[in-house]
Design a protein around this ligand. Sequence first.
Ligand SMILES: Nc1ncnc2c1ncn2[C@@H]1O[C@H](COP(=O)(O)OP(=O)(O)OP(=O)(O)O)[C@@H](O)[C@H]1O
Ligand SMILES: [Mg+2]
Length: 252
Amino acid sequence: MKRAIAIYSNKGGVGKTTTAVNLTACLALSGKRVLLMDLDPRGLAAGRLGSQRSGAPCNVITSPEKLKSAPIQADYPNICIIPPSPALTDLDQTLGANGDVAARFREGMEEVKQSFDYLIVDCPPTLGAISRTALGAVDGTILPIQCEPYAFEGLGSLLQDIAEFRKKVHPKLLLDGVLLTLLDPADPSSLDVARQVSLRKDCRVFRSAIPRDPAVVAAAQRGLPLVESDIGSRAARAYVELAREVLSYAGT
Ligand SMILES: Nc1ncnc2c1ncn2[C@@H]1O[C@H](COP(=O)(O)OP(=O)(O)OP(=O)(O)O)[C@@H](O)[C@H]1O
Ligand SMILES: [Mg+2]
């Protein structure tokens, strides 16, 4: 089955990029061909999987006809990346709700998806034009939630945004699941958030919760996915488990 999954949240610093990189690496490790599309102009996700750059990255949102030729081989087997174009920076202001661009991008995604088992999209932290275009073109979404006080309230508004987006734009968009991130097992308030989110009946929550782990920061500093940097770390094992869940589940 070929699936495109956007890693999305309207909140910054919740582990979207970490999840996009490490889920991609773990799916590839299990033998799947994976394309990571980095739609955050900072390019942190693509930079962690590929040191090579072949030519100037094109703006795949406004030029979706270039999607098919955009993937470049990453530094690891089974992984291709589409690095972001610097032009994405202004897109939220200039694109607005351009239905034609969104439709062409969706068609381009359908086509490029055929060459891979999974297409993982790293979104920027707003529901602006870039994330809307991405969410309108994927099969499902993973919503990382940082296990900290107030995250529970944030999850409510996030789920509402997704429900509205489904209703108005993409009725077939699936919620692959909410992913608990930055869980600190030594902090009762962090555990409490994880427990409350897991008890929610209105959304699927992945069994695998990603612990707060210095190995994540060390891997990011070295510009590597966790399975390359420290495969025995708690966070690496949690991402391997997450990949297993993703492989066995297709969203609701
Ligand atoms: N499980 C973890 N343990 C420790 N640090 C983490 C973990 N996950 C993410 N981080 C760190 O938290 C910071 C934010 O993570 P990340 O960049 O993945 O979030 P993001 O949601 O993509 O942020 P943005 O909204 O800015 O794009 C980074 O410095 C990252 O290294
Ligand atoms: Mg990010």
